[in-house]
Design a protein around this ligand. Sequence first.
Ligand SMILES: [Zn+2]
Length: 257
Amino acid sequence: MGWVKFLGTAGARFVVARQLRFSAGTWIELSGTQLLLDPGPGTLLRCRKVRPPLEPLELSGILLTHKHLDHSTDVNIMIEAMADGGLKRRGVLLAPQDALEGEDPVVLRYVRPFLERIEVFQDGRTYTVGGVRISPVRHEHGQVETFGVILEGAEGRLGFVVDTKFFPKLPERYTGVQLLVINTVLREWNPDIDHLSLPEALEIVKAVKPKLAVLTHFGMTMLRGKPWELAREASEKLGIPVVAADDGMTVEAKDWA
Ligand SMILES: [Zn+2]
């Protein structure tokens, strides 16, 4: 067992606003523990509409990498759904400090008591939810506190590089992951946007050498370039399997073993 399902693959404002792709989060099962990463707009709906439907009551935790809307819109409703409408106190939320406190917290105070606990991401710390060890990796994404994550369970080690600009120490933080998922918003490098471009994503893949790399969270320029073709070209060039995620795509432990 062990699988990752991409409920949505949209990144950045325009693809999300026009719903050119769904903007729901990513559902992960490792060591029999189910986790949800970045519940963007439409996550609850997509959980119930995919076949087979995913059951929020089976979630053990929600991981919010940062508070931007395309990652956080459904965080409150997913907390409530995980806690059986607030009837039970269950599940863990892991999130950056500024998603919880400060001027613009995105996690409503009234849903917080539904959670068994809230963990604030700190680089260098490790958190355990069910059978999964979670290590946050600090990213550089404008003014908003952002963390990628490395998840370790019985089926291996999975790395998620989320919204960030490239920085030299980024690839080495993901050393040893078997599945590497990278939010690849831009086709070409743009110094003014704190997001990864395809050439930077591939530089990370080349350095980390995972068994499988998955590109997701696409902006307009990536969509126009046909992500599946760009991924195929990258696989040939790097000699490492690279795939572009589709809405609803599932990868399984055998794919990264
Ligand atoms: Zn962002």
